[in-house]
Design a protein around this ligand. Structure first.
Ligand code: HEC
Length: 286
């Protein structure tokens, strides 16, 4: 009897500890500060078969180029990736993105350093789709020195580099105008942002109410773009950067679906052959 009680106590205690740990882990330690409520959006690509929205990604790329590019790199992206299947400028007429005129145009606006094939000297030339996005800075020391000592991180993987990255990025862009707590001291070049850990960030608010200041180009379908409100811009930017952090999402989801169908058919066939193989045997009596 006593043994059973002790055993039950151990089980109940174990379950309680496991639940508490689970809750603590799920809460992810520190959340946003000062009563800021995270907005959790329903993203196009979430869910069982969701994919990225091409027009939203194109708008997001436009914001990256016009607003964020002056400080942030896209280290892991080549221009041609923009024209890959599932990418913002994919066009089925150009299965090879190196031939895609939109991608070529985008690349041609950037300069990259290369070696002269004749004499090996360093030359600067217009980028081609096969080039990587060139770095904004010569090195991290320069990056820090022009940003008050803070290092602007690479944005191509930022959605993967932060917990719940898409919602984090979206809210980081919107949270600047949350009322600042009294008595908070900020050093020069620092801004209050309750989403960032520690609530201080060395980046000024980037998405101002730019209605009228910033206009979306019409997308490749020629459709009228939405109004550039802060929420719209933050959402489009998140769509683009979510794609850049996980460009193979659509291909992976369809491969997953195909293998599920395959396994299902295989399971039915196995069950039928099992029935056929054992059909002469009767179940035993005992
Ligand atoms: C004038 C330069 C500048 C521009 C323009 C800029 N940023 Fe930043 N950004 C910074 C700096 C500097 C940091 C590092 C801040 C820190 O460590 O406190 C930063 C940090 C970040 C971070 C990381 C926050 C974290 O959790 O550590 C994200 C995400 C970000 N920026 C997104 C953007 C986006 C999106 C845009 C365009 C809409 C943008 N930034 C435009 C300078 C800039």
């Amino acid at each position: 009897m006593a043994f059973k009680t002790v055993r039950n106590l151990i089980i109940v205690g174990g379950v309680a500890v496991a639940t508490a740990t689970g809750i603590a882990l799920a809460a992810g330690g520190s959340g946003p500060a000062d009563g800021y409520k995270m907005v959790h959006k329903h993203w196009h690509w979430s869910g069982f078969n969701g994919t990225y929205d091409q027009e939203a990604m194109q708008r997001g790329f436009q914001i990256y180029e016009q607003v964020c590019r002056s400080c942030h790199n896209l280290d892991h992206l080549a221009f041609r990736h923009l024209g890959d299947e599932g990418g913002p400028f994919y066009d089925y007429k150009y299965p090879n993105p190196n031939d895609n005129p939109l991608v070529k145009n985008i690349a041609a606006q950037y300069e990259v350093t290369d070696l002269d094939p004749e004499d090996g000297s360093e030359v600067t030339r217009a980028a081609v789709p096969a080039d990587m996005f060139p770095s904004v800075y010569t090195n991290a020391i320069e990056a820090r020195s022009v940003n008050n000592g803070a290092l602007p991180p690479d944005l191509s993987l930022i959605v993967k580099a932060r917990n719940d990255g898409a919602n984090y990025l979206y809210n980081l862009m919107l949270a600047y105008d949350h009322p600042q707590p009294e008595g908070l001291s900020l050093s020069p070049g620092q801004y209050y942002n309750p989403v960032k850990e520690g609530s201080k960030i060395a980046m000024a608010p980037q998405l101002q109410p730019q209605v009228g200041l910033f206009e979306y180009q019409s997308d490749t379908e020629g459709q009228n773009p939405p109004e550039a409100t802060i929420e719209q811009m933050a959402a489009d930017l998140t769509e683009f950067l979510a794609w850049s952090a996980d460009p193979k999402l659509a291909a992976r989801k369809s491969a997953g679906l195909m293998s599920m169908v395959y396994l299902l058919i295989l399971a039915v066939l196995l069950w039928l052959s099992y029935k056929r193989l054992w059909r002469r045997l009767k179940p035993s009596e005992d």
